[in-house]
Design a binder for this molecule. Structure first.
Ligand SMILES: [Zn+2]
Length: 172
């Protein structure tokens, strides 16, 4: 029986995430995690940039729409209303929610791997893959994150989930 909670300071995001139960449970199942409390902090443009710099000690750029504070099981995302100030201006609200789910994968992965992070390729690849940010079946997408996700998709055609978990530094 899974016991998890996800709470946000933004009611619209809270409601949207409440509608993603199936996806959330799929991610928890994938990493064999059944008890986690995650917070989603939604911030306006300036507050997001400040939080990013305070936490990571370097400046975000206008490609950054989310990050995690892994010691707090916290997701920090740029408010969809402020996507217009960034490179994400043409993204839909659905894309925004996929970003939240992508960051959720990172939080759960950080717990499952006990903070022994794999390479960026694997770290981002699994987040892109599990959050359905691209259609790998139809081969629609481009860029490094797409390639990382596609690598996971192709890996799973020839290997089982257990061997994927082991390269993701998740032991059972
Ligand atoms: Zn990521």
């Amino acid at each position: 029986m899974k016991k998890y909670s996800i709470s946000s300071n933004n009611e619209k995001v809270q409601n949207s995430v409440n509608n993603c139960t199936e996806k959330i449970e799929e991610i928890l199942d994938f990493f064999n995690i059944d008890n986690v409390n995650v917070t989603i902090k939604v911030l306006s443009y300036d507050a997001f940039k400040k939080e990013f710099k305070d936490y990571l000690n370097y400046d975000s750029n206008d490609c950054t729409a989310g990050f995690i504070e892994d010691d707090k099981n916290m997701i920090v995302v740029l408010d969809y209303d402020d996507y217009k100030y960034t490179n994400h201006h043409s993204k839909t609200y659905d894309d925004f929610i996929k970003t939240v789910i992508h960051e959720f994968v990172h939080v759960v992965h950080s717990i499952a791997c006990k903070h022994r992070y794999p390479s960026d390729e694997l770290w981002e690849g699994i987040a892109v893959y599990l959050s359905n940010q691209y259609d790998f079946e139809a081969k629609i997408g481009s860029g490094s994150y797409y390639e990382y996700g596609l690598n996971i998709y192709n890996y799973l055609k020839e290997h089982d989930k257990e061997s994927l978990l082991s390269i993701l530094n998740v032991d059972n």
